[in-house]
Design a binder for this molecule. Structure first.
Ligand code: ADP
Ligand code: MG
Length: 559
């Protein structure tokens, strides 16, 4: 947390000094009171003297209020910027996390961290820490002022302060627990909402609005309960604190009053002690309460900080793609799954050649493509590109050479053009080419604004086949040497699928690994190799002619 709170040393120090000034002015008011009361209770005091003193006191309060306003202004701006920096770091590290690590969590968790948890940390943590100096200063100045009035009174008051520590001792642990439980409940709630929104088609189609509503209401009720527990604890801590502070104030008045009766101090000093006891105990109470809050969010804070750690840059550089990709004795099972999805897979993919990967559903085609796309790293065996081990290359470096189009592509809330030219490099010729290859021409012409038509993932706005082709055009536009295509024509009609595949096969120089269910007899021979998978293994890997001769592909052909 410190990294964010002291994000600017100079500003932080300035803020602390400002708070010291505020605290001094606040405590100084007790001395003004003492002076005022002693002046008007002295023998022979006049109304003129009274009005003069009150005038001075009002001037003092006006200056004090100005300092207070400035302090609050600076303080809020500072805290909000600290929160913004933490949020930016979280986004940065999430975006730079390895794909595999990122994908191992539900995105709902990230969302609830970035919204709810960060708010908790900001309110309870940053706010508390940053306002702490003013309470500490107020307390210290109040003690000093008390000593200035009378050291016996001051020492007694100090002794009484120990009672205040009852609050953190009693409340810290329960607060910590309540915070973590609330964070879990928010995570569940966010996840439930996310699922419902994404699956709204199914919910509607099954007429299960009420059932879904009940389920969300149930989670919402848990959320409400956890929130109530936390709020209650916070309020109770405050209430107990108020009770203790009142007791302490009465104790201080008793001591000061006794000293006055013994003629050690004047009435003005008693009034000042009343004021000072507030200046002393309230800040201390606040400090104790804030200590409880800060310790209450420690676990959340650690989670967020761990998340905000920028991942280490890893890997060797690749200088273009020259030779090929080799997969050697690769075995892989998905995280938390025992059975092997890929078993002892070996294959070599040479630069510039075209590969068709076929096999029954579930045979491991997508998984193989994902490993070649470095989506997962937890495999045994070896994958190399131009002789460099995948484990030594960063995703970023590898992706400069690979474009990966999947069966389902995601459309951003952007124009068709921006969805394809995702980095906004603005190469008109390349865009034209990508639209051509993906057979998107007619789609673009049908849009009122052509390539500048706004599209999005919105339900039913754009068909599955159109989406697939935008995704494919995006991969083509990337213009890398290697194209990994996973069933990119699965939602297209037979004729369009044929044309798209033909276009892809005509891309000279590109290395294409195409996973497909739809085999077109007269395109098969345009491939250099066909790889047949079954049960997580490669069972055939040969030029099409050889496989066609053996009838090895007949079961994958349409009748
Ligand atoms: P294909 O693309 O040939 O249809 P996949 O490679 O997608 O097959 O899947 C191979 C096997 O791995 C299937 O049994 C599938 O259920 C399993 N599988 C795929 N993705 C995951 C995943 N994320 N977690 C666990 N198992 C998975
Ligand atoms: Mg698949």
């Amino acid at each position: 947390m410190k990294r964010y709170i002291v994000y600017s040393k100079i500003k932080f120090i300035a803020l602390v000094l400002f708070k010291a000034l505020y605290a001094a002015a606040f405590v100084g008011f007790a001395l003004i009171l003492q002076w005022l009361v002693n002046t008007i209770t002295a023998d022979g005091a006049t109304a003129d003297q009274l009005f003069f003193c009150v005038g001075i006191a009002i001037g003092y309060v006006a200056v004090f209020t100005a300092i207070l306003l400035l302090k609050d202004k600076a303080s809020t701006a500072y805290i909000n910027k600290a929160v913004m920096l933490l949020r930016n770091d979280l986004t940065h590290s999430l975006l730079h996390e390895r794909y595999e690590d990122f994908a191992s969590n539900d995105t709902a968790k990230y969302l609830s961290h970035l919204t709810n948890d960060i708010k908790t940390v900001a309110v309870s943590g940053f706010n508390s820490v940053i306002t702490l100096p003013e309470e500490i200063f107020t307390f210290v100045f109040a003690v000093a002022a008390a000593f200035f009035i009378n050291y016996v009174v001051a020492l007694t008051m100090l002794g009484l302060t120990l009672l205040i520590f009852i609050v953190p001792v009693v409340f810290n642990k329960p607060l910590n627990r309540a915070n973590v439980r609330l964070s879990d409940a928010v995570k569940q709630y966010t996840a439930a909402l996310k699922q419902t929104f994404l699956g709204i088609d199914v919910v509607k189609n099954f007429g299960s609005e009420e059932r879904t509503e009940r389920e969300i209401a149930r989670i919402n009720e848990t959320l409400c309960k956890k929130n109530t527990v936390l709020d209650k604890l916070n309020l109770y801590a405050g209430d107990v604190g108020i009770f203790i502070v009142v007791l302490l104030q009465l104790g201080s008045i008793a001591i000061a009053g006794y000293m006055m009766l013994q003629s050690v101090i004047l009435i003005g000093a008693v009034i000042a002690v009343v004021q000072l006891s507030g200046n002393m105990y309230s800040p201390l109470m606040q400090i104790a309460g804030k200590a409880a809050l800060i310790s209450g969010i420690r676990e959340l804070d650690e989670t967020l900080l761990a998340m905000a750690q920028p991942p280490e840059a890893q890997g060797e550089k690749l200088f273009g793609f020259e030779r090929g990709i080799r997969v050697e004795n690769v075995g892989f099972s998905y995280p938390d799954h025992e059975d092997l999805t890929l078993k002892n897979v070996s294959a070599a993919f040479e630069k510039g050649k075209k590969y068709l990967i076929v096999g029954k559903s579930g045979s491991g085609k997508s998984t193989l493509l994902k490993l070649i796309g470095k989506t997962f790293n937890g495999y045994v065996g070896k994958i190399e590109i131009d002789g460099v081990d995948y484990k030594n290359i960063s995703e970023r470096e590898l992706y400069k050479n690979i474009a990966f189009a999947q069966q389902k592509s995601y459309l951003f809330d952007l124009t068709v053009r921006e969805n394809i030219d995702f980095n906004g490099t603005g190469d008109a010729q390349l865009l034209e080419h990508a639209v051509e290859i993906a057979e998107l021409r007619d789609f673009v012409l049908a849009q009122k604004n052509g390539l500048d038509e706004q599209i999005s993932e919105e339900i039913n706005q754009i068909s599955g086949g159109e989406k697939q082709r935008v995704g494919l055009a995006r991969a083509i536009y990337k213009d890398t040497d290697i194209l990994l295509l996973d069933e990119v024509t699965s939602s297209l009609d037979k004729e369009t699928a044929y044309r798209v595949e033909k276009n892809i096969l005509a891309l000279r120089d590109k290395t294409v690994l195409n996973v497909s269910h739809k085999l077109h007899a007269d395109l098969l021979e345009k491939y250099d190799y066909i790889c047949v998978m079954d049960g997580g293994k490669i069972v055939d890997f040969a030029p099409p002619a050889a496989l066609l001769k053996n009838n090895a592909l007949s079961q994958y052909m349409d009748a």
